[in-house]
Design a protein around this ligand. Sequence first.
Ligand code: PNS
Length: 164
Amino acid sequence: MRTAVCPGSFDPVTNGHLDIIERAAQIFDRLYVAVFTNSGKEPLFTLEERLAMLKTAARDLPNVIIESSDGLLLDYCRQHGANVIVKGLRAVSDYEYEFRMAMMNRKLDERVETVFLMSRVEYSYLSSSILKDVARFGGSIEGLVPPEVEVALKKRIEERVKGK
Ligand code: PNS
């Protein structure tokens, strides 16, 4: 069985992430989508909230398993019998960051290969950070995230404005 892990911080999941997940789910027999803590980012949503949003968004993909982890990605891959890490690649600007992570993961375990799927052109500019910024200032994010994420994002931003 070909098993892969698609990791990320998914804060929150976007339609760009979902496109990569759907396409990876067609290539691999089993795809674990793992929500991690990225030590370089301050999340807007808790790990549990991010997990719940992903589970709803990917509910129709039978070979996709959504989990969270607070450990090392490589350990997660080993524990789940996965020898492939799948990541989406948007613009050239992603390359250096992704290259460093892929090289480090290879250094940790060279049996685990990182493969990249090119994002669709319509999502190539999309990131959770940009979305949060647009939503924060009242811009429309319709069509860029699943409907339930749009609602959750607006609610969280309102809470933050009110100081909750
Ligand atoms: O969506 P992101 O924030 O770009 O994803 C980054 C992520 C979560 C894949 C990365 O931070 C990660 O792998 N975190 C788990 C801890 C780990 O293994 N760190 C070393 C990566 S080389």
